[in-house]
Design a protein around this ligand. Structure first.
Ligand code: ZN
Length: 502
């Protein structure tokens, strides 16, 4: 039988083109667009997104999908068609469960709340966001009901970002992890010092930018199929496998912000550039889950970027560019970039305390969706949770409940993927280090090709055709587990803080 691919591919190409065109407008909004263009840009993006949604829920697509499914029943060995049918069905069913009016109302509320969030954060005043956020939480409760769930409304929201993940699974994972982490954080706190101070000096922004571009080119980011620009919040987006955009921000008084932000977004970008070209302009050309995506960014940022071999490699470059570091040895820099300090802001948190920031957001989100917490009580609940998890208390809403954009964008269920990504990164890197001979030595010499090839082969090329769970099982012989990440943290920080954390 001839696969009925042409018909459905033509439809998917059209949807992909519209979505990518909208994504270009969104990228432009975050990088170069003048503020005055905000209202007209919102209309342009909404028009493209609405058109894409109409095509994605059309009868034409339903019929094409049904004939692809009957072909796959007869020819189950056609992997490409099978993956396309499976992902196509998932996307179609989810899209059609949300009525067009609901999608429009949610988009409008979110776009208003995004601005309200920015103003509330500037004014350090949660009350300016409260009404819009109440609207968003209500709409997300409705969304969970429309999407459907077996056990918990939050399952439906989680599943948008981490397919198949449940509230119960995340709760179990997080409570085990927290029990292990709290004593580690407490032991390190006893040994706190000012080792990070050498990073808090003036660093020429132009040189920071130049070093970042040099490093990510050497790592393997293809500038012929992507570029880097500046934005207020670093992100990665792609319009094609051949057009992947990453952004960063540069803090003139704190070098890790751009340095690790750039490595992080590069990890996302390498994933997007590494997807199998057969998947271009189809629903398969994307990361398989946000957790898997984050595993790629965190691996280059942490397992590679914050490692001793990487610091040995980058030390001559840094001391050559910045005279103020010339008195510091590689070991001083290694200790500085790995300083552990409970802090208020998630995106600036060290590797050890980072996951505690995620856990408290998960706890608050679940409480909201179980109707145990009201939006108006969020600032108080946030501050209490910060105290309980990290022993620090924000002095205002900007450094507390308002620090992240996600809730105003309706991203409930998103935060857990950050910790899931951290765990996956350690699980995958542990296996990579076993399979690649002399990985440390290669990194020390600035040779990243073997690791990138390993990731291309095991993770990137599959796009959405293979689930995160099957990637983990095929590569590491087990499903998601916190053990490799905990082992990594115990070994690394025992050494860094002269402790016995095992
Ligand atoms: Zn990320």
């Amino acid at each position: 039988m001839t696969p009925p691919r042409d018909a459905i591919l033509a439809l998917y190409n059209r949807i992909a083109d519209l979505s990518h065109a909208a994504a270009i407008l969104e990228w432009d909004q975050e990088t170069y667009m003048p503020d005055g263009a905000t209202p007209s840009r919102a209309h342009q993006i909404a028009t493209l997104r609405r058109l894409a949604h109409e095509f994605a829920t059309s009868d034409e697509l339903r019929q094409a999908l049904e004939s692809l499914e009957s072909y796959v029943r007869e020819e189950p060995d056609d992997d490409f068609a099978a993956a396309l049918a499976r992902i196509g069905r998932r996307d179609f069913d989810r899209a059609t469960r949300l009525p067009a009016n609901f999608v429009a109302k949610l988009a409008e509320t979110e776009s208003r709340a995004k601005t309200a969030w920015r103003l509330a954060r500037e004014a350090n005043d949660f009350s300016r966001l409260r009404d819009d956020l109440e609207g968003i939480v209500d709409l997300n409760k409705e969304k969970a009901a429309l999407l459907g769930f077996d056990d918990h409304p939050y399952d439906a929201l989680l599943d948008q970002f981490e397919p198949g993940m449940t509230t119960a699974a995340v709760s179990g994972l997080f409570s085990d992890l927290r029990a292990e982490l709290v004593p580690i954080v407490a032991a390190i706190a006893e040994k706190r010092d000012d080792r990070a101070s050498l990073l808090r000096r003036e660093f020429d922004p132009a040189k920071q930018w130049e070093i970042g571009e040099r490093l990510i080119r050497q790592i393997g980011f293809d500038f012929n199929a992507g570029r880097q620009d500046l934005s207020a919040h670093p992100f990665c987006t792609s319009f094609s496998i051949d057009d992947v955009r990453i952004t960063t921000r540069v803090d003139p008084d704190f070098i890790p912000s751009a340095f690790f932000g750039t490595l992080h977004e590069t990890g996302h970008g390498l994933y997007e550039q590494g997807v199998d070209r057969r998947f271009e302009r189809t629903p398969l050309a994307d990361g398989t889950s946000l957790g898997m995506h984050e595993s790629q960014s965190r691996m280059w940022e942490n397992q590679v970027g914050r490692s001793r071999p990487f610091v040995d490699f980058v030390w001559p470059i840094l001391t050559g560019a910045f005279a103020q570091l010339s008195g510091s040895g590689a070991e001083d820099i290694y200790r500085a970039i790995n300083a552990v300090e409970p802090s208020l802001i998630r995106v600036e948190a060290d590797e050890v305390t980072y996951n505690l920031h995620v856990m408290l957001r998960f706890e608050l989100e679940v409480a909201l969706f179980e109707n145990r917490l009201e939006v108006r009580d969020l600032p108080h609940a946030w501050n209490e949770a910060m105290d309980a998890y990290l022993g620090v208390r924000p002095s205002g809403d900007a450094a507390g409940v308002l620090q992240d954009i996600h809730w105003s964008m309706g991203g409930f269920g998103y935060f857990p993927t950050y910790t899931i990504g951290n765990l996956m990164s350690a699980q995958l890197f542990e296996r990579a280090a076993e399979e690649i001979a002399d990985l440390d030595e290669r990194i020390r010499r600035g040779r990243f090709d073997a690791l990138l090839l390993w990731l291309r082969h095991n993770v990137h090329r599959h796009g959405r055709s293979k689930s995160a769970e099957s990637i983990l099982r095929d590569v590491t012989d087990r499903g998601l587990t916190a053990e490799p990440w905990l082992a990594y943290v115990r070994t690394k920080y025992s050494d860094l803080y002269d402790l016995d954390l095992r």
